[in-house]
Design a protein around this ligand. Structure first.
Ligand code: PSU
Ligand code: MN
Length: 303
Protein backbone atom coordinates (compact mmCIF):
# COMPACT_ATOMS: atom_id res chain seq x y z
CA UNK A 1 0.00 0.00 0.00
CA UNK A 2 1.09 3.47 -0.74
CA UNK A 3 1.64 4.77 2.77
CA UNK A 4 4.26 7.23 3.91
CA UNK A 5 5.13 7.65 7.58
CA UNK A 6 7.02 10.90 8.20
CA UNK A 7 10.55 10.57 9.53
CA UNK A 8 9.67 12.27 12.81
CA UNK A 9 6.73 9.93 13.44
CA UNK A 10 8.70 6.87 12.35
CA UNK A 11 11.55 7.67 14.74
CA UNK A 12 9.19 8.37 17.64
CA UNK A 13 7.38 5.05 17.11
CA UNK A 14 10.67 3.20 16.76
CA UNK A 15 11.99 4.69 20.00
CA UNK A 16 8.73 4.09 21.89
CA UNK A 17 7.98 7.79 22.35
CA UNK A 18 4.36 9.05 22.49
CA UNK A 19 2.61 9.84 19.20
CA UNK A 20 -0.89 11.29 18.76
CA UNK A 21 -2.80 10.83 15.50
CA UNK A 22 -4.93 13.78 14.31
CA UNK A 23 -7.60 13.57 11.64
CA UNK A 24 -7.86 15.94 8.71
CA UNK A 25 -11.58 16.00 7.84
CA UNK A 26 -12.14 18.41 10.69
CA UNK A 27 -9.56 20.68 9.01
CA UNK A 28 -10.80 20.40 5.42
CA UNK A 29 -14.54 20.04 5.98
CA UNK A 30 -15.31 20.82 9.62
CA UNK A 31 -13.82 24.29 10.07
CA UNK A 32 -14.05 27.47 7.97
CA UNK A 33 -11.09 28.72 5.92
CA UNK A 34 -8.67 30.36 6.61
CA UNK A 35 -9.01 29.66 10.34
CA UNK A 36 -8.71 25.92 9.67
CA UNK A 37 -5.01 26.06 8.77
CA UNK A 38 -4.15 28.06 11.89
CA UNK A 39 -6.08 25.50 13.97
CA UNK A 40 -4.35 22.54 12.30
CA UNK A 41 -0.97 24.03 13.18
CA UNK A 42 -2.09 24.96 16.68
CA UNK A 43 -3.26 21.39 17.38
CA UNK A 44 0.13 20.01 16.37
CA UNK A 45 1.81 22.52 18.71
CA UNK A 46 -0.46 21.48 21.58
CA UNK A 47 0.66 17.87 21.11
CA UNK A 48 4.33 18.91 21.09
CA UNK A 49 3.88 21.07 24.19
CA UNK A 50 2.82 17.92 26.05
CA UNK A 51 5.94 16.09 24.91
CA UNK A 52 4.34 13.94 22.20
CA UNK A 53 4.72 13.86 18.41
CA UNK A 54 1.69 14.83 16.25
CA UNK A 55 0.78 12.67 13.26
CA UNK A 56 -1.83 14.45 11.17
CA UNK A 57 -3.17 11.99 8.60
CA UNK A 58 -4.44 12.61 5.05
CA UNK A 59 -4.17 11.22 1.52
CA UNK A 60 -2.17 13.41 -0.86
CA UNK A 61 -1.86 12.50 -4.55
CA UNK A 62 -2.68 8.88 -3.87
CA UNK A 63 -0.32 8.39 -0.92
CA UNK A 64 -1.61 8.02 2.66
CA UNK A 65 0.56 10.30 4.79
CA UNK A 66 1.01 9.63 8.51
CA UNK A 67 2.45 12.97 9.58
CA UNK A 68 2.06 15.90 7.16
CA UNK A 69 4.73 18.44 6.30
CA UNK A 70 3.78 22.11 6.10
CA UNK A 71 3.12 22.11 2.35
CA UNK A 72 0.77 19.12 2.53
CA UNK A 73 -1.02 20.41 5.62
CA UNK A 74 -1.54 23.73 3.83
CA UNK A 75 -2.91 21.98 0.76
CA UNK A 76 -5.40 19.95 2.83
CA UNK A 77 -6.58 23.14 4.55
CA UNK A 78 -6.72 25.41 1.49
CA UNK A 79 -7.61 23.34 -1.59
CA UNK A 80 -11.41 23.22 -2.01
CA UNK A 81 -11.07 20.10 -4.20
CA UNK A 82 -9.85 18.00 -1.24
CA UNK A 83 -12.25 15.07 -0.84
CA UNK A 84 -13.69 13.59 2.33
CA UNK A 85 -12.40 10.04 2.73
CA UNK A 86 -13.90 7.44 5.02
CA UNK A 87 -12.23 4.06 5.47
CA UNK A 88 -14.03 2.58 2.45
CA UNK A 89 -12.74 5.40 0.23
CA UNK A 90 -9.06 4.74 0.97
CA UNK A 91 -8.48 2.06 -1.65
CA UNK A 92 -10.00 4.02 -4.57
CA UNK A 93 -8.24 7.19 -3.38
CA UNK A 94 -4.85 5.47 -3.36
CA UNK A 95 -5.50 3.70 -6.64
CA UNK A 96 -6.55 6.84 -8.51
CA UNK A 97 -4.05 9.30 -7.06
CA UNK A 98 -6.72 11.31 -5.26
CA UNK A 99 -6.20 13.89 -2.51
CA UNK A 100 -8.51 13.80 0.48
CA UNK A 101 -8.93 14.46 4.16
CA UNK A 102 -9.51 11.40 6.34
CA UNK A 103 -12.49 11.01 8.67
CA UNK A 104 -12.33 9.25 12.02
CA UNK A 105 -12.85 5.88 10.31
CA UNK A 106 -10.03 6.31 7.79
CA UNK A 107 -7.70 8.01 10.27
CA UNK A 108 -8.19 5.37 12.97
CA UNK A 109 -7.46 2.63 10.46
CA UNK A 110 -4.29 4.26 9.08
CA UNK A 111 -3.04 5.25 12.55
CA UNK A 112 -3.58 1.75 13.90
CA UNK A 113 -1.81 0.23 10.89
CA UNK A 114 1.18 2.47 11.60
CA UNK A 115 1.28 1.37 15.26
CA UNK A 116 -0.14 4.58 16.79
CA UNK A 117 -2.22 3.92 19.91
CA UNK A 118 -3.86 7.28 20.63
CA UNK A 119 -5.93 9.52 18.39
CA UNK A 120 -7.69 12.85 19.06
CA UNK A 121 -10.66 14.40 17.27
CA UNK A 122 -13.58 16.72 17.99
CA UNK A 123 -16.68 14.57 17.97
CA UNK A 124 -17.23 11.12 16.49
CA UNK A 125 -19.75 10.47 13.76
CA UNK A 126 -22.72 8.32 14.73
CA UNK A 127 -26.36 7.51 14.14
CA UNK A 128 -28.20 10.42 12.55
CA UNK A 129 -31.59 11.60 13.74
CA UNK A 130 -34.36 10.14 11.55
CA UNK A 131 -32.18 7.09 10.98
CA UNK A 132 -35.35 5.11 10.26
CA UNK A 133 -35.85 7.19 7.10
CA UNK A 134 -32.27 7.64 5.92
CA UNK A 135 -30.29 4.73 7.48
CA UNK A 136 -27.49 7.29 7.91
CA UNK A 137 -25.01 5.94 10.43
CA UNK A 138 -21.40 7.13 10.26
CA UNK A 139 -18.87 4.49 9.22
CA UNK A 140 -16.86 5.68 12.26
CA UNK A 141 -18.84 3.36 14.53
CA UNK A 142 -18.26 0.05 12.83
CA UNK A 143 -14.64 0.85 12.11
CA UNK A 144 -14.03 1.54 15.80
CA UNK A 145 -15.19 -2.00 16.51
CA UNK A 146 -12.31 -3.26 14.36
CA UNK A 147 -9.24 -1.38 15.60
CA UNK A 148 -7.81 -1.25 19.11
CA UNK A 149 -7.06 2.46 19.09
CA UNK A 150 -7.89 4.98 21.82
CA UNK A 151 -9.96 7.90 20.54
CA UNK A 152 -10.24 11.02 22.65
CA UNK A 153 -13.35 12.98 21.64
CA UNK A 154 -16.00 15.28 23.10
CA UNK A 155 -18.59 12.55 22.58
CA UNK A 156 -20.41 12.36 19.28
CA UNK A 157 -21.63 15.38 17.40
CA UNK A 158 -24.82 16.70 18.98
CA UNK A 159 -26.41 16.90 15.54
CA UNK A 160 -26.81 13.11 15.93
CA UNK A 161 -29.14 10.79 17.81
CA UNK A 162 -26.94 10.37 20.89
CA UNK A 163 -28.83 7.54 22.69
CA UNK A 164 -29.00 5.51 19.45
CA UNK A 165 -25.28 6.08 18.86
CA UNK A 166 -24.40 4.93 22.39
CA UNK A 167 -26.53 1.84 21.83
CA UNK A 168 -24.67 1.06 18.59
CA UNK A 169 -21.31 1.49 20.33
CA UNK A 170 -22.46 -0.99 22.97
CA UNK A 171 -23.60 -3.51 20.35
CA UNK A 172 -20.33 -3.11 18.44
CA UNK A 173 -18.29 -3.78 21.58
CA UNK A 174 -16.60 -0.38 21.67
CA UNK A 175 -15.53 0.56 25.22
CA UNK A 176 -16.77 4.01 26.27
CA UNK A 177 -15.48 5.88 29.32
CA UNK A 178 -16.27 9.37 30.55
CA UNK A 179 -13.23 11.47 31.44
CA UNK A 180 -13.95 13.22 34.72
CA UNK A 181 -17.68 12.78 34.18
CA UNK A 182 -20.41 10.19 34.68
CA UNK A 183 -22.23 11.58 31.64
CA UNK A 184 -21.51 11.28 27.96
CA UNK A 185 -20.44 14.71 26.69
CA UNK A 186 -22.55 16.55 24.11
CA UNK A 187 -19.82 17.84 21.74
CA UNK A 188 -20.77 21.57 21.79
CA UNK A 189 -22.29 20.94 25.22
CA UNK A 190 -20.50 19.59 28.28
CA UNK A 191 -23.17 16.91 28.77
CA UNK A 192 -25.57 15.07 26.50
CA UNK A 193 -27.54 14.01 29.57
CA UNK A 194 -26.84 10.33 28.82
CA UNK A 195 -25.02 8.29 31.49
CA UNK A 196 -21.77 6.37 30.88
CA UNK A 197 -20.85 3.14 32.69
CA UNK A 198 -17.24 4.08 33.46
CA UNK A 199 -15.56 7.24 34.70
CA UNK A 200 -11.78 7.75 34.62
CA UNK A 201 -10.04 10.75 36.11
CA UNK A 202 -6.36 10.76 35.14
CA UNK A 203 -4.27 10.04 32.02
CA UNK A 204 -2.56 7.26 34.02
CA UNK A 205 -5.90 5.54 34.63
CA UNK A 206 -6.68 5.67 30.91
CA UNK A 207 -3.21 4.29 30.13
CA UNK A 208 -3.89 1.36 32.47
CA UNK A 209 -7.10 0.59 30.57
CA UNK A 210 -5.17 0.57 27.28
CA UNK A 211 -2.62 -1.76 28.85
CA UNK A 212 -5.43 -4.03 30.04
CA UNK A 213 -6.78 -4.14 26.47
CA UNK A 214 -3.28 -5.15 25.32
CA UNK A 215 -3.26 -7.97 27.86
CA UNK A 216 -6.76 -9.16 26.91
CA UNK A 217 -5.46 -9.54 23.38
CA UNK A 218 -6.71 -9.13 19.85
CA UNK A 219 -9.14 -8.56 18.36
CA UNK A 220 -10.08 -5.73 20.66
CA UNK A 221 -12.32 -2.80 19.76
CA UNK A 222 -11.47 0.86 20.29
CA UNK A 223 -11.49 2.71 23.58
CA UNK A 224 -13.53 5.91 23.36
CA UNK A 225 -12.43 8.47 25.96
CA UNK A 226 -15.27 10.97 26.11
CA UNK A 227 -13.85 14.26 27.35
CA UNK A 228 -16.35 17.11 27.85
CA UNK A 229 -15.78 20.66 26.67
CA UNK A 230 -15.33 22.82 29.81
CA UNK A 231 -18.74 24.22 30.90
CA UNK A 232 -17.42 27.79 30.59
CA UNK A 233 -16.59 27.13 26.90
CA UNK A 234 -19.74 25.27 25.93
CA UNK A 235 -22.34 26.63 23.53
CA UNK A 236 -25.31 28.08 25.34
CA UNK A 237 -27.74 25.10 25.49
CA UNK A 238 -30.90 27.02 24.51
CA UNK A 239 -29.10 28.59 21.51
CA UNK A 240 -27.73 25.16 20.58
CA UNK A 241 -31.15 23.51 20.60
CA UNK A 242 -32.83 26.31 18.66
CA UNK A 243 -30.24 26.65 15.88
CA UNK A 244 -29.76 22.89 15.57
CA UNK A 245 -33.51 22.42 15.01
CA UNK A 246 -33.38 25.05 12.25
CA UNK A 247 -30.29 23.42 10.72
CA UNK A 248 -31.86 19.97 10.66
CA UNK A 249 -34.98 21.41 8.99
CA UNK A 250 -32.83 23.27 6.45
CA UNK A 251 -30.80 20.12 5.60
CA UNK A 252 -34.02 18.22 5.01
CA UNK A 253 -35.54 20.97 2.88
CA UNK A 254 -32.39 21.21 0.75
CA UNK A 255 -32.21 17.43 0.37
CA UNK A 256 -28.67 17.20 1.80
CA UNK A 257 -27.62 13.54 2.12
CA UNK A 258 -24.63 11.23 2.61
CA UNK A 259 -21.20 12.66 3.37
CA UNK A 260 -22.47 16.22 2.96
CA UNK A 261 -24.80 16.10 5.99
CA UNK A 262 -22.22 16.55 8.75
CA UNK A 263 -20.26 19.43 7.12
CA UNK A 264 -23.54 21.18 6.22
CA UNK A 265 -24.83 21.09 9.80
CA UNK A 266 -21.50 22.14 11.34
CA UNK A 267 -21.35 25.14 9.01
CA UNK A 268 -25.01 25.99 9.57
CA UNK A 269 -24.41 26.12 13.31
CA UNK A 270 -21.29 28.26 12.91
CA UNK A 271 -23.10 30.82 10.76
CA UNK A 272 -26.33 30.93 12.76
CA UNK A 273 -24.68 31.12 16.19
CA UNK A 274 -22.39 33.88 14.86
CA UNK A 275 -19.33 31.76 15.46
CA UNK A 276 -20.20 30.64 19.00
CA UNK A 277 -20.51 26.98 17.98
CA UNK A 278 -17.13 27.19 16.27
CA UNK A 279 -15.49 28.44 19.47
CA UNK A 280 -17.11 25.63 21.48
CA UNK A 281 -15.97 23.09 18.86
CA UNK A 282 -12.41 24.43 19.01
CA UNK A 283 -12.35 24.43 22.82
CA UNK A 284 -13.45 20.78 22.75
CA UNK A 285 -10.83 19.79 20.17
CA UNK A 286 -8.01 21.57 22.02
CA UNK A 287 -8.93 19.81 25.27
CA UNK A 288 -9.06 16.46 23.48
CA UNK A 289 -5.70 16.93 21.79
CA UNK A 290 -4.03 17.88 25.08
CA UNK A 291 -5.57 14.94 26.91
CA UNK A 292 -4.63 12.54 24.10
CA UNK A 293 -0.99 13.65 24.36
CA UNK A 294 -1.02 13.14 28.13
CA UNK A 295 -2.57 9.68 27.73
CA UNK A 296 0.02 8.73 25.11
CA UNK A 297 2.81 9.96 27.39
CA UNK A 298 1.41 8.02 30.37
CA UNK A 299 1.04 4.86 28.26
CA UNK A 300 4.55 5.02 26.89
CA UNK A 301 5.95 5.84 30.33
CA UNK A 302 4.43 2.74 31.91
CA UNK A 303 6.89 0.22 33.33
N1 PSU B 1 -15.12 16.30 14.71
C1 PSU B 1 -15.24 17.64 14.51
N2 PSU B 1 -15.47 18.07 13.23
C2 PSU B 1 -15.57 17.18 12.16
C3 PSU B 1 -15.46 15.77 12.39
C4 PSU B 1 -15.23 15.40 13.68
O1 PSU B 1 -15.14 18.45 15.46
O2 PSU B 1 -15.76 17.62 11.02
C5 PSU B 1 -15.55 14.79 11.22
C6 PSU B 1 -14.80 13.50 11.54
O3 PSU B 1 -13.85 13.32 10.53
C7 PSU B 1 -15.85 12.41 11.49
C8 PSU B 1 -16.78 12.96 10.45
O4 PSU B 1 -15.31 11.16 11.16
O5 PSU B 1 -16.87 14.34 10.86
C9 PSU B 1 -18.11 12.22 10.43
O6 PSU B 1 -18.66 12.35 9.16
P1 PSU B 1 -19.87 11.38 8.72
O7 PSU B 1 -20.99 11.72 9.68
O8 PSU B 1 -20.18 11.75 7.29
O9 PSU B 1 -19.36 9.98 8.86
MN1 MN C 1 -23.19 9.77 7.13
Amino acid sequence: MSTHVSEEVREALHEGRPVVALESTIIAHGLPRPRNLAVATELETLVRDEGAVPATIAVVDGTAHIGLDEARLTRIAEDPAVRKLGHRDLAPALATGATGATTVSATAWLADSAGIRVFATGGLGGVHREWSETQDESADLRLLSRVGITVVCAGVKSILDVPATLQRLETLGVTVVGYGTAHFPGFYLASSGEPVDWTLRTPEQVARVIRAQDELGEPYAALVVANPVPVEDQLEPALHDRVLAQGLASAKEKGITGQAVTPFLLEYLTVHTEGASLEANLAAVRGNVRLAARIAAAYHGMP
